[in-house]
Every structure is written in structure tokens, then in C-alpha cells.
Design a protein around this ligand. Structure first.
Ligand code: NCD
Ligand code: ZN
Length: 350
């Protein structure tokens, strides 16, 4: 009789997560808390989470939305604007309230209108952050309409990220949701103050999945998935075990009526089935022994957090797992990311 293949990991952390607010928060929070112990919470609410006071209030709403019996620690971030006060950021860091500041170039993605246009205007905040060791999480895409959307990440590295890092020695940076081989290579060019998150969906889809044989709005996210060569570079980085690469799902729920729309929203909702998908990917790459580094160790180490004390166990089943295709929320139905193949790695309950 064959033995069940199992894999026990320290409880994973999701180092890039959109929980939203209100009815959507209530519905999607358990989807993450079921498998993840902590997450870096993105601040792109409407209006955004800019001040320490707003971050504390949002943290409290997240805690209040957590169902009885579930343990989950939201790691809060502040949304960087051209008016952000360095002293407020420093106080939010000193009190342990925030773990990072998020940089959105204005107009780059969902709810980024209040982001940064003129990088000189945030010099003071970035210098303060470098001094106190607070991490900058970067949405790395230029917004110049003259730059092709598939080139926006690579161009951002040359035009913005590299100059900002050179001008601010010691600034800790996470390149969020890298989608290109250029992003992977740049992450590798830095020291231990530079890291990159990789999403679940960018390990699965390339741009053909979005556009070939019919347009698939549920595969549309930002940064948009690129050519296959880039997906392969991301897989190689994710399974490498290198400390600089870790999971940030970028699970980003939008109601179906805003995804299936003439101007559909960007975002893939992967919180529900991420661990099953990653089990599949890491097994395919012959790297199951490095899954824990990607999901549970590298991110925590970068953020100076102890690894989780509890564990989750994945087991490979003979029959595919039954995940819902959609979840119902008080803000509309949300489609769960469909990897396009059956998932046999299940997270053992209890
Ligand atoms: C995110 C969202 O919906 O908030 N969308 C996405 O496609 N990833 C924003 C972001 O992280 O870019
Ligand atoms: Zn995101």
C-alpha cells in the first residue's frame, strides 16, 4: 500500500495581501486566516491608509472581523503619499504598529491615485526609513503611457528603483509581485536589504492565459502576466530557496461584476487555494523541500519576525481537492483563481 505523501511546514505568512474593508473584509479574511498566520496588509483602501492613526483603526477592524477561534496577525503598512510626514511614519514604526510603507506610483494600479508622482517629494520619508530600518514595499511599474504595459516593470527598475536605491543607501526594499526575469535579476543584484515577493498566479499563468482563445478577466492583474520566459524565471526564483524570494500572494478580491466588465478591475483572488497550488508547483519543480523557505521562513526573516511556532500539513490526495469556484461576499460574488488543472495537495484540517 502506498503511503500518503505529506509535508509539514511552519505556518505560512502572506507578505502581500489585499483584505479590503467592510463586507468584503469579513468574507475574505477567513480565506487567508485558515492557512496563513500573518500577512502584510496592503493599504490601498478608498481612502488609503496613510497615517498611523488610520493604520491602527484598520488593524482593529481586521481583528474585529476575524471569526472566533482563528488566529491571524495583520502586519500593517502605510500608503506613501507626497504629503506623508516622516515623523508620523517613524512613530508608527517605533510603536510596532507598522512593518512597512507601500509605494504606489500614482495611477499604476487599483486605488493608487494618491500615490507618488514626484519621487523628490518623498526623499525625506525614504531617508528617515533608511535610518530606522523600515521597509519600503514597491509596486514597480512606471505609469508613463508611452511605455508598453508589458515593459513597465523593467523600465521602472532602470528609471525609478535603481536611482532611488542609489540615492538612499541602506533603504530596505521589497520589490512586490515581480513578474519578469529583469525583476528577478535585479533582486539578485542587491544585498540582504533587497528582496522580492512572488505571487501564486504568476507562477501559473503567462499572458496567453489572459488573451489567447478568448479574454479571461479573472486572469487580469497588475503587474500583468508576461511571456512564458518570465514565468519560468519566477518559478526558478521561487523554488531556489534563496532568502531574498518569498511568497506575497497579492490575493486581490474584486466582485465579479467589476471583473467581467468593459473596463475590468485588476486582481486575482488566490487566498483560498494558494497552498494547494504551491504544493503542485514545488512538486513539479522537484523542490518540495524548499516550499517552507518560500512560504514560511524567508519573508519572516526579512521582516525580522520569528518563524511561526505552529505548523500546517499538506497531504497529497488521490482525488482532487474540492475548492469553491466562487465565494459569496456581502459586496458581491468573488471568483477564486482557477489554476486550470486539478489540485491534489490539500491542507489537512485540524
Ligand atoms: C491590486 C488590487 O486590486 O488592489 N490589484 C492587482 O492586480 N494586483 C493592486 C495591486 O497590488 O497592484
Ligand atoms: Zn497588491
Amino acid at each position: 500500500m502506498s503511503q500518503t505523501l505529506t509535508l509539514t511546514l511552519r505556518r505560512p505568512d502572506d507578505m502581500h495581501l489585499h483584505l479590503r474593508d467592510g463586507a468584503m473584509l469579513e468574507a475574505v479574511l477567513p480565506e487567508s486566516a485558515r492557512h496563513f498566520g500573518r500577512a502584510i496588509i496592503m493599504p490601498n483602501l478608498v481612502p488609503p491608509v496613510v497615517t498611523a492613526q488610520e493604520a491602527a483603526a484598520y488593524r482593529d477592524r481586521i481583528r474585529a472581523a476575524l471569526p472566533e477561534g482563528m488566529a491571524f496577525e495583520p502586519l500593517m503598512t502605510l500608503y506613501l503619499t507626497e504629503d506623508t510626514d516622516p515623523a508620523d511614519v517613524a512613530a508608527a514604526h517605533a510603536s510596532g504598529l507598522v512593518r512597512a510603507v507601500k509605494l504606489y506610483p500614482a495611477g499604476a494600479t487599483t486605488n493608487s491615485q494618491s500615490g507618488v508622482r514626484d519621487f523628490d517629494k518623498v526623499r525625506g520619508v525614504l531617508e528617515k526609513m533608511a535610518g530606522i530600518g523600515l521597509t519600503l514595499c514597491v509596486h514597480g511599474e512606471v505609469t508613463d503611457p508611452a511605455v508598453d504595459i508589458f515593459d513597465r516593470e523593467a523600465v521602472f527598475i532602470d528609471r525609478v528603483l535603481d536611482p532611488v536605491r542609489r540615492a538612499t543607501p541602506g533603504l530596505r526594499v521589497v520589490m512586490e509581485h515581480v513578474t519578469t526575469k529583469e525583476g528577478v535579476a535585479y533582486a539578485r543584484s542587491g544585498g540582504d536589504g533587497l528582496a522580492a515577493t512572488i505571487t501564486t498566479h504568476h507562477l501559473i499563468i503567462n499572458r496567453n492565459h489572459i488573451l489567447a482563445g478568448g479574454i479571461r478577466p479573472h486572469y487580469y492583474c497588475l503587474p500583468v502576466a508576461k511571456r512564458e520566459v518570465h514565468r519560468l524565471a519566477l518559478r526558478e526564483a521561487a523554488v531556489s530557496g534563496e532568502a531574498r524570494f518569498f511568497l506575497g500572494t497579492d490575493s486581490a478580491p474584486h466582485p465579479d461584476h467589476l471583473k467581467e466588465h468593459p473596463c475590468g478591475c485588476a486582481g486575482c483572488f488566490t487566498a483560498t487555494n494558494t497552498l494547494s497550488i504551491l504544493g503542485h508547483v514545488f512538486e513539479e519543480e522537484g523542490a518540495l523541500d524548499r516550499l517552507e523557505a518560500f512560504t514560511s521562513l524567508n519573508g519572516a526573516a526579512f521582516y525580522g519576525l520569528p518563524p511561526a511556532e505552529t505548523t500546517v500539513t499538506l497531504e497529497k490526495r488521490a482525488e482532487p481537492c474540492a475548492y469553491p469556484a466562487k465565494i459569496e461576499t456581502g459586496a458581491g460574488t468573488v471568483t477564486v483563481f482557477d489554476p486550470g488543472f486539478p489540485l491534489y495537495w490539500a491542507v489537512r484540517e485540524g
